[in-house]
Design a protein around this ligand. Structure first.
Ligand code: MRU
Length: 351
């Protein structure tokens, strides 16, 4: 699915910078930003110019390679790792990618570290595309089965777990794009996703670029649509899945899961394996990012609440695994449980 306008990150052949699409400017402006240092990469992640668990991981990997280009010493490696790891706490792909690059670079002579780190970042980026495609192949079967009962298949999604959040295909969108390409009639309800509006700004934009029929709704509309039998499937992404199958994703996902269960609507999370945190026993252990109150207090640059209003702005929530029908991974579909996950990843049966 080579859609140029959806290419989120482009490493330079000279290996001295990466070009990203500034997602804070979408959908109304497609602005590219050049990241030439670890600090640039860290800023891009913190400020959400790049966002989405897989893309955060890949950007951090290239960021650490850029750090080693400037200072390949042990101290440089450690400082770069710490700088990038501290950007956002919830998406585990960040730590996963940094650990991979650090493990690759550490045994090497300093002079060889930057090139090896860049190779590892390239591998992480290429694997992401292949993983999402494989995940999509498993997920499209769920849509095909639903299409046998009703067409168009009505899918509700929350936030952006699309091509813009990855290096290609997206996670939750991969089955949607494959089904659409296969000619299966479908329609997507796009939950706007306050406060940063990833659904309204990003998911609607890329579904339009792909020609997939969709309708934008406010976050609170999802439950009513399910009760009205206007949703056949809820499909979301994930930022961290724990050993017991709990799913941490964008704030508002848990509410969707409660509504889906109450209305017998199947709900799946698309989970590429780098998003599984085998070190955590349950979702209660996931660090939840609390973001700036300004994101809630302002809309389109305009203040919406009285001056001095106290705000809480958790960016993610945890949905217990038992509320999911299943998890879609690149190895197949499983129950959102430890038995389900280790069934597909037996090498992880012991953490
Ligand atoms: O705050 P964001 O935009 O980084 O949150 C993104 C999400 O919650 C996505 O659903 C998740 O990262 C999966 S992206 C394939």
């Amino acid at each position: 699915m080579e859609i140029p306008e959806l290419q989120t990150l482009c490493p330079s052949p000279a290996r001295d910078r990466v070009e990203i699409v500034d997602q804070t400017r979408l959908p109304h402006a497609r602005v590219t930003v050049s990241l030439a240092s670890g600090a640039d990469a860290a800023h891009a992640i913190r400020a959400m110019q790049v966002r989405g668990a897989p893309l955060i991981g890949a950007t951090a990997a290239y960021g650490l390679a850029l750090v080693l280009r400037a200072d390949p010493s042990d101290a440089g490696l450690a400082a770069g790792y710490a700088l990038l790891l501290a950007t956002r706490p919830t998406a585990v792909n960040l730590r996963w990618a940094l650990d991979r690059v650090r493990a690759r670079a550490t045994p090497l002579a300093p002079a060889a570290r930057a090139a090896a780190a860049w190779d590892e970042a390239d591998a992480i980026a290429a694997e992401d595309v292949a993983t999402n495609r494989a995940l999509g192949e498993h997920g499209v079967q769920i849509i095909e089965e639903l299409a046998a009962a009703r067409q168009p298949v009505q899918i509700l999604t929350h936030c952006n777990a699309g091509a813009l959040a990855t290096l290609g295909w997206g996670t939750a969108t991969a089955p949607i794009y494959l089904a659409h390409a296969a000619g299966i009639p479908l329609h997507v309800w796009v939950s706007e996703t306050r406060p940063r509006l990833q659904g309204a700004r990003l998911t609607a934009w890329e579904l339009r670029a792909q020609g997939v029929p969709h309708t934008l709704v406010v976050d609170a509309a999802g439950a009513a649509l399910m009760r009205q039998r206007r949703v056949d499937l809820v499909l979301v992404g994930a930022d961290r899945v724990t050993r017991n199958g709990d799913v941490c994703n964008k704030i508002g996902t848990y509410e969707k899961a409660l509504a889906a269960r109450d209305n017998d609507v199947p709900m799946y999370a698309a989970v590429p394996s780098p998003t599984i945190d085998w070190t955590l026993a349950s979702g209660d252990d996931v660090p939840i990012e609390e973001r700036d109150s300004g994101e809630v207090l302002n809309l389109g640059g305009e203040p919406i609440a009285p001056v001095g209003t106290v705000v809480a702005n958790p960016a993610f929530d945890v949905t217990p695994g038992h509320l999911f029908t299943g998890l879609i991974t690149e190895r197949g579909v499983c129950a959102a449980s430890n038995a389900g996950l280790t069934g597909l990843f037996p090498e992880r049966a012991h953490g």
